[in-house]
Design a binder for this molecule. Structure first.
Ligand SMILES: [Zn+2]
Length: 411
């Protein structure tokens, strides 16, 4: 009988309405429990997790694979992901800008980072599996496994050969962030001064080829000029794999303006909100700019490079003496609210940047085990279960499937 009533309510479009009512009248404790239940009932996609980058710094042996199951380093591991319900984190194949040159433009590094991802799935087959489509993610989820889809951060490894777009697609890469913090041969970056005024001639070919083979175009990190040209050129919806709203941190050019967010909505794309506190909060953005300036001067004086072990010590000491402002998890809910107000519930998702932000994360959202906290905050703000489902995975899946459809129809 209960089933018949639910079916009837669903037919009348009242089901989510009644669920919303239930959420509104629930106590805090009930809502927290419900948030935890939803985090595990739904797949959660995360547009950007830097685990492969973290693995670069450990000696890669079969033993070290255990560090993926449980570790006190970084943010992502199997136990914390399962606790929070994070079941589809996009593994970032991150190519720093220093690789944007000959001999191979970072292709060797991309291959080695992808091989870490393949190894995780091969050595821990009861816990992880690769995923090339939303259907793969769903099957893995049903089997109780975490999916490891891949996104490449920086198109540098495409080099001068357009055929490499298909090469990365065949390896399983499902989005490419066109560039990172510096301009590359594809386009201008938000972290650099204008070179191409948007996409380069080759960059235009790259976007078209990504549409043709079925790779999502990721506009995180790009300059505004690049963004607008991609919006005009792309035949398929695009993603921001890990971007936040510039409205809350006006000095962060890597964040998206309201106008850009509206354009991404018109493109039917999805914006996965980055949790890095220096991107989501103005005071922290200013703190970070000051810190970089001071630390940069110290390193210059001591003739040290950013990645030298001695430099790391200096930075750690500086941060100990000058701690970053605290940012509450509510701030992330504010960013999600802002996108929803601008373009509706169908275009927002999560893009944590876990393992890529030096621990600068909001209180209550320090690692993947805390995802239910964020869902709880959204429920408390009146988001329905259906809304949560869209943010958790449905919005990202819609774009991912559409990009495949566009590719199929153009083949
Ligand atoms: Zn990034």
């Amino acid at each position: 009988m209960k089933y018949v009533i639910s079916l009837l309510l669903m037919t009348l479009g009242l089901f989510s309405c009644s669920e919303k009512k239930q959420n509104e009248t629930a106590s805090d404790e009930q809502l927290q429990k419900h948030a935890d239940e939803l985090a595990h009932r739904f797949i959660i996609t995360d547009g950007h997790v830097d685990l492969p980058e973290r693995l670069k710094s450990i000696h890669w042996t079969t033993d070290s694979i255990n560090l993926i199951v449980k570790t006190n380093r970084g943010e992502f591991d199997y136990e914390r992901a399962m606790k929070g319900g994070l079941t589809a984190p996009f593994m970032s194949i991150y190519i720093p800008s220093e690789y944007q040159k000959k001999p191979d433009y970072g292709k060797g590094l991309a291959d080695s980072l992808m091989s870490y991802v393949f190894d995780i799935a091969r050595l821990l087959p009861d816990k992880f599996a690769l995923a090339k489509t939303p259907a793969d993610v769903e099957a893995n989820f049903k089997a109780g496994k975490i999916s490891l889809p891949m996104g490449m951060e920086n198109g540098a490894p495409i080099g001068n050969d357009i055929k490499n777009v298909k090469y990365f697609y065949d390896k399983g890469v499902r989005y490419i962030t066109l560039t990172h913090s510096k301009n590359n041969h594809i386009c201008d970056s938000s972290g650099d001064s204008a070179k191409w005024n948007g996409l380069s001639p080759f960059g235009k070919e790259v976007v078209q080829e990504m549409n043709r083979v079925g790779i999502m175009v990721d506009i995180s990190h790009v300059d505004d000029s690049t963004f607008y040209q991609v919006m005009k050129l792309s035949k398929a919806p695009c993603i921001a794999s890990h971007s936040s709203c510039r409205y809350f941190a006006p000095t962060v050019r890597r964040d998206m303006t309201d106008d850009m967010i509206k354009k991404l909505g018109e493109n039917d794309g999805v914006m996965s909100i980055n949790f890095y506190t220096a991107f989501v909060d103005s005071a922290t953005a200013n703190y970070q700019a000051r810190s970089f300036k001071t630390i940069g001067a110290i390193l210059k004086e001591k003739n040290l490079k950013f990645f030298d072990p001695a430099a790391r010590q200096i930075m750690a000491q500086y941060k100990k003496e000058h701690p970053a402002p605290e940012v509450d998890i509510e701030v992330i809910a504010n960013h999600i609210d802002h996108v929803v107000k601008l373009i509706g519930i169908d275009h927002v998702a999560f893009g944590s940047d876990f393992d890529g932000v030096d621990g600068m994360l909001p209180t209550g959202l320090e690692n993947p085990s805390k995802y239910p906290n964020l869902i709880y905050r959204l429920l408390k703000r009146g988001y329905s279960d259906d809304d949560i489902e869209k943010i958790c995975y449905k919005n990202m899946f819609r774009v991912w499937n559409k990009v495949e459809e566009v590719a199929k129809s153009s083949r």
